[in-house]
Design a protein around this ligand. Structure first.
Ligand code: ATP
Ligand code: MG
Length: 466
């Protein structure tokens, strides 16, 4: 059952829904047509009947309380000669309902007499297997009934008309619906053609072929929006996959280089015995490389851990001043070595934010590390923290080498390093700002960066306080 529901295609479903509504509508219209025709036929018959009644009433006279035809022979002749498609039957009865006279076309039969009726009465019945409508009219002599006039017309013709009308309507009904169903199917099929395009394109798309896009339909309707949305989605998926691909290739490259260096150094070292000094130098070099590798592994782990699922944040009340001084302590030796001056200004001093202090200090650490790394000897770093209507503005400014305008939108990408070629002596993996970006997203911190080459860099964090 469920399977057959699925097999009932979208096209057929649209056509089917359309047909249900149309079926009701056509049904109602057919019913109205039938009823209107029936009423008008019936009115027509009544008029005929009335005309005959009027005509024959004039030919009657009442003599001594009994009705009689004024000119009997003439009447008989006329009735004989009247050739009508729908014959009219006439009877005259006396007050007791006994037959006085009848039109010759009645032959042996008699019309139905309903006794004791003081008003006109219209009934339907049968006369020798033919359907008739008859009217019984009492003829008055003063206040006494002197007799009855019975007029009947055959309704065979109109019954046949109504019946064939009913047949035509009943037979054409399913046919019309069937034709409409197929027409609706064709129209629906045409209007959902873009959906088939979508299905085809989606089928053509694999991990290795992400170039295909859905051709946009001409009309800017819902299907256009759907196609456009899916195309945008594909763009984003493609970008993500591309980024993942380059991430993996960069990551493996970054691992392979220090490992190759380590291996090379150790191989050279083991080839023959060396002096104490040489051993120390090479081993220290290796330890530094291992440290670098450690740093890389840490950064990659952090990134992957917080990349996909939202790690549950441990929000806690954090004093900014305390956190800044802990961060500065971590870099104190580098700051001293480079002779950098750090000016900190936190107003008011006791600003607190609700945040995950591990994520937040990682953000600050990475920004500070860059500010120190990319500053010249004797540079100046300013840290300004202020509070503006429920938002803490955290500014870290350096007067270092700055970032070229063309690199500005890439520095948050993983493994992107703008000074890779210009300053090979400055080490890094290009992951710091990627981590900053990801963590800022998690903590809903807005981050802005402004930089001028050879002038310095300003990074502004807008931190919601609650
Ligand atoms: P990592 O942080 O992974 O050790 P990294 O510092 O090179 O390496 P990011 O912190 O992501 O990587 O920074 C990316 C690039 O942005 C840097 O290579 C550098 O070119 C540029 N950059 C970042 N901060 C500054 C800054 N304060 N001054 C000048 N350039 C900067
Ligand atoms: Mg960095």
């Amino acid at each position: 059952m469920i399977e057959s529901m699925y097999n009932f295609s979208f096209k057929n479903r649209i056509a089917f829904n359309y047909i249900i509504t149309t079926a009701l509508l056509i049904g109602v219209v057919f019913m109205i047509i039938y009823v209107v025709v029936k009423i008008s036929v019936s009115n027509h018959l009544d008029q005929d009947l009335q005309r005959e009644v009027d005509r024959h009433s004039k030919e009657i006279e009442v003599k001594d309380g009994v009705i009689a035809l004024r000119k009997h022979t003439e009447w008989m002749e006329r009735e004989h000669n009247t050739v009508g498609v729908d014959p009219v039957f006439i009877e005259f009865l006396d007050a007791e309902g006994k037959l006085i006279d009848k039109s010759p076309n009645l032959k042996d039969s008699e019309l139905l007499y309903i006794p004791d009726y003081v008003d006109n009465i219209v009934t339907e019945g049968k006369l020798a297997d033919k359907k008739i409508r008859q009217e019984q009219v009492p003829i008055y002599d003063d206040d006494e009934i002197a007799g009855y006039l019975l007029v009947a017309v055959s309704i065979e013709g109109s019954t046949v008309v109504l019946e064939s009308l009913r047949h035509v309507l009943l037979i054409s009904y399913p046919f019309i619906l069937l034709i409409l169903f197929f027409v609706a199917r064709i129209i629906a099929g045409r209007s959902i053609k873009p959906i088939n395009d979508i299905i085809e394109t989606s089928n053509a798309i694999t991990r290795d072929n992400l170039i295909s896009r859905i051709p946009l339909p001409h009309n800017k309707d819902e299907l256009y929006i759907l196609s456009d949305t899916i195309n945008n989605l594909l763009d984003r998926v493609e970008q993500t996959i591309e980024r993942e691909k380059s991430f993996t290739s960069y990551a493996s490259h970054e691992f392979r280089t220090p490992l190759a260096v380590l291996k090379g150094t150790l191989e050279v070292l083991i080839r023959k015995p060396r002096g104490q000094e040489e051993y120390e130098e090479k081993i220290n070099y290796c330890i530094k490389e291992v440290d670098r590798l450690n740093h890389l592994v840490d950064e990659l782990l952090i990134l992957t851990r917080y990349e996909n699922q939202k790690q549950s944040l441990k929000l806690e009340d954090t004093a900014i001043e305390n956190l800044v001084s802990i961060c500065l302590k971590r870099f104190s030796s580098q700051i001293q070595n480079k002779g950098i001056q750090v000016h900190t200004n936190i107003t008011p001093e006791n600003i607190r934010i609700k945040t995950d202090s591990y994520l937040f200090s990682t953000i600050i650490n990475n920004i500070l590390s860059n500010a120190i790394k990319y500053s010249e000897q004797g540079g100046i770093i300013r840290i300004d923290v202020t509070n503006e209507n429920n938002t803490v503005i955290f500014v870290i400014k350096d007067n270092g080498m700055g970032i070229a305008q063309k690199d500005m939108d890439k520095i948050f990408d993983k493994f992107y390093r703008s000074y890779e070629n210009d300053h090979p002596q400055i080490k890094g993996f290009g992951l710091g700002l990627a981590i900053v970006k990801r963590f800022s997203e998690l903590l809903q911190i807005k981050i802005e960066i402004a930089s001028q080459e050879a002038k310095g860099t300003v990074i502004t964090l807008a931190i919601p306080q609650s």
